[in-house]
Ligand binder design. Structure first.
Ligand code: AMP
Length: 473
């Protein structure tokens, strides 16, 4: 796999058999906007034809005009929000992908990342396939088109048996909706019901809440669910059963705190991460603040456990997207300032504990420590509610390559010096697992430990990051 290629973080939503399918999908995507802010799309089915509307931009911008829904008729729809970091943020890569092939039309929305995509693509191209996008997801469509089996379910299974990696997929044809979660269960996917006769599938339960759908259950790792036109639901487990490895980083950072994923509520898990962090890294201080929004539940847990008061010492401008969106390092530096402003009255003269969920490149923490000191803090103690992120993710969370991950090449003391904090403490791996505490689940924690559950081609080693190169920028 080409490691310099952008990875995708995404969210999927689908609804089957509802008169307002595309409108509800819009709302579902709205609730999943945190999973991808770069582009979005909806494909609907009116029973005989698929209709699509997809663009670069936020859900509210792309679907803000009611006229759009006239172009998305029908009682079933799937939607997608996508986020990529560089080059491939182009119109042709906006999902869901929709194609016509010998058996009719099909649309697919994908959350995750395939690890054998490049190999399969090369093989398919050698046999004459012409790709229209640079997305892994298109490979699934090509495999499906050349499958030798007959029924759609069998063709999907035949195609998916060839792919490795992380996927939550939603397929929509003229008459059916099919959801599949990969056997490792890397990314979350849940099933809901609206009224008696509409089925809903979403990356996270917060999307069901918004449309007032009932949470039925999580879709199991390796499970395929087919929504049939008679209203029935068929569940199958067509893949070889393996021990699932859901992504622990969904709990740490990615999922929304009001969602229920992998058997737990995300907010409660994050709060417990903060409590555990306080047990592991106590410090004498006057106030605990969070890097909003990602650090808030952990900071509340830290404050509760340590007895140090929690305050909103940094205020976030909510009209700015996640800082990661900007592709260039130079803009990212600027981004932290656009997004956060300190409250001097809370920080002046204080010993401050700052909680964030993770340090990736170190840019955010460095800027925040500086900002908090400029607002008059006497001491700044950085606490991170996960272990050092030392390894890239190949399963759909956008983490940069090792070269850019500060903890892959620097000790905690060096990082502390770089971010100019008085002290720095990361939650231990044991502390993380204990706090998540889902019985018998073997989480994927490759970003912290480098133990990748699905093998991938070996990365090309790049020169390590020089910490103080941009000191005076
Ligand atoms: P950095 O400035 O590169 O160290 O980024 C750290 C910040 O990015 C933290 O505040 C995290 O909440 C956030 N973060 C961590 N992982 C990701 C990710 N995969 N995508 C976007 N933001 C992230």
């Amino acid at each position: 796999m080409n490691l310099h290629r952008p990875h995708e973080e995404c969210g999927v939503f689908g609804i089957y058999n509802h008169a307002e399918a595309s409108n509800l999908t819009y709302l579902g995507l709205y609730a999943l906007q945190h999973r991808g802010q770069e582009s979005c799309g909806i494909v609907s089915s009116d029973g005989t034809t698929l209709h699509a509307h997809k663009r670069m931009g936020l859900v509210a911008d792309v679907f803000g005009n009611q006229e759009v829904f006239k172009k998305l008729p029908g009682k079933s729809a799937i939607g997608h929000v996508r986020y990529s970091t560089a080059g491939a943020s182009v119109e042709k890569n906006v999902q869901p992908i929709m194609v016509d092939y010998s058996r009719g039309s099909i649309a697919v929305a994908h959350n995750g990342n395939l690890v054998n995509a490049q190999l399969l693509k090369a093989e398919l191209e050698a046999y004459g396939s012409i790709f229209q996008t640079t997305m892994d997801t298109e490979i699934i469509i090509h495999l499906l088109a050349i499958a030798r089996t007959n029924s759609l379910e069998d063709r999907i299974v035949e195609a998916l048996k060839r792919i490795q990696g992380a996927y939550c997929l939603l397929f929509l044809t003229e008459s059916r909706m099919i959801a599949v979660r990969d056997p490792n269960g890397f990314r979350p996917l849940c099933l809901g019901q609206l009224g008696d006769s509409s089925w809903v599938v979403a990356s996270e339960s917060c999307a069901l809440d918004l449309i007032e759908a009932k949470f039925v259950r999580e879709i199991e790792p390796g499970e395929m669910i087919v929504c049939n036109s008679d209203g029935s639901l068929k569940s199958m487990f067509p893949f070889k059963k393996i021990a699932p490895t859901p992504c622990i980083f969904e709990f740490v950072y990615f999922a929304r705190p009001d969602s229920y994923i992998f058997g737990k509520n995300v907010y409660l898990v994050r709060k417990e991460l903060g409590r555990q962090l306080a047990r592991e890294f106590k410090v004498e201080a006057d106030v605990v603040i969070a890097v909003p929004d990602s650090g808030v539940p952990a900071a509340m847990g830290y404050a509760e456990e340590s007895g140090i008061p929690f305050e909103l010492g940094l205020i976030r401008n909510h009209y700015v997207g996640r800082t990661f969106i900007e592709p260039a390092q130079a803009i990212r530096h600027f981004g932290v300032k656009i997004k956060l402003n300190p409250v001097r009255e809370i920080l002046e003269g204080k010993r401050v504990v700052v909680i964030d969920d993770s340090i990736v490149r170190g840019t955010t923490s460095r800027k925040i420590v500086k900002m908090v000191r400029q607002a008059g803090a006497k001491e700044v103690h950085m606490r991170i509610s996960s272990p050092p992120t030392s390894y890239p993710c190949y399963y759909g969370i956008d983490t940069p390559n090792r070269k850019e991950l500060i903890s892959s090449s620097h000790t905690i003391e060096e990082i502390c010096r770089y971010i100019t904090a008085d002290s720095l403490g990361y939650l231990s791996e044991e502390g993380l697992l204990k706090s998540v505490g889902v019985n018998k689940t073997n989480f994927c924690k490759a970003c912290f430990a480098g133990d990748y559950p699905v093998a991938f081609p070996k990365p090309v080693e790049l020169p390590q990051m020089g910490l103080f190169e941009e000191e005076h920028k």
